[in-house]
Unconditional design. Structure first.
Length: 325
């Protein structure tokens, strides 16, 4: 699916201006625009895996049912959405790298995720995949599964289908087979909430105090990977790439602060640490797809990274199987 930014804007607004292209990373392109005299952003599909209409439904739900600072959706349709401009995000040269994140930042990010989860707790009976609903009322619907492990299997099925004609399908199948063999791998994960799915430093902005430490959340964007899932899914989706070294047994200090920030708002279920390796594997499986989508294929330049991820998958799968014997 692809969508033209001019068509998306002309369909919904009498007056519009395209100011600047902000991002062009497949499968989306994002533009700063003005529509009917107001500053806004327009996100359009640039590939088959893009689904801006569902992302718009998620953003609308968060805007209406939480107090978190997210954009307001101004228009949405097949392959695009337009949303109000949101100040407060870090500039590209201000996004902290994993090595630059400290305890104050980690606590602020953890508590912000907990606020999203707390505000949507009890809203969803079962976990599942968000989708846009064209009916009246809330545009967010959920393609639900009876159990969380069924959603995990559905995710892995999607990854496998996308990578089926590549050699990188093999690590995904390793993970899929492990989950089939041990369907209790994620047992006890908790009730479903709305998870952001990609709460990395470039998608979250904070106010700061006099010392420059992050305080309250100022902006939250990019819900394209949102999922109705146990809150700990969201935590590990953020913690593993940002606060924890993959494969390391000892967590970085910021990871403890991240967890403490979360638990200052809502508790985590028993077994949170025990399920870490399962989430690491699901994350890695998704990274193969992202690496392929964003680069138009996993070529020679991306191969070292993909080989390293495949090695971690095999090692982690083997470790889990050994512990289960």
């Amino acid at each position: 699916m692809t969508q033209d930014v001019h068509s998306a804007l002309a369909t919904n607004f009498e007056r519009y201006e395209i100011r600047e292209q902000l991002h062009d990373v497949p499968p989306h392109a994002v533009y700063e625009v003005r529509v009917d005299g107001r500053r806004a952003v327009c996100k359009v599909a640039r590939g088959d895996t893009a689904d801006p209409e569902t992302e718009a439904a998620v953003i609308h739900h968060v805007d209406r049912h939480t107090d978190l600072p997210v954009p307001s959706v101004l228009a949405a349709g097949e392959g695009y959405f337009v949303a109000s401009w949101l100040d407060g995000l870090p500039a590209d040269d201000e996004v902290p790298s994993p090595d630059e994140t400290d305890a104050a930042y980690a606590r602020a990010l953890g508590s912000s995720l907990a606020r999203l989860h707390d505000a949507t707790a009890g809203t969803f009976v079962r976990p599942g995949f968000p989708r846009a609903d064209s009916g009246d009322g809330d545009p967010l619907a959920v393609d639900a599964r009876d159990r969380w492990v069924g959603v995990v299997q559905g995710l892995l099925d999607e990854f496998e289908a996308y990578l089926v004609d590549t050699e990188w399908v093999d690590p995904v199948r390793e993970v899929r087979t492990l989950v089939e063999d041990y369907p209790d791998l994620f047992a006890g994960a908790g009730d479903p909430v709305l998870c952001h799915g990609n709460a990395l430093p470039d998608h979250v902005g904070f106010g700061t105090d006099a010392s420059g430490d992050p305080t309250d959340i100022a902006a939250l964007v990019d819900f394209e990977h949102a999922l109705v899932a146990p809150g700990e899914y969201d935590l590990w989706r953020t913690a593993i790439p940002v606060f924890g070294r993959p494969g390391a047994d000892a967590p970085r200090p910021a990871l403890s602060a991240f967890r403490a920030g979360y638990e200052s708002v809502r508790p985590l279920p028993d077994g949170f640490e025990r399920r870490r390796d399962g989430y690491r594997l699901v994350n890695l499986a998704s990274y193969f797809v992202a690496l392929d989508v964003q680069n138009g294929g996993i070529g020679p330049d991306e191969r070292p990274q993909a080989d390293g991820m495949a090695d971690v998958v095999s090692e982690t799968v083997g470790s889990i199987r050994d512990r289960r014997v």
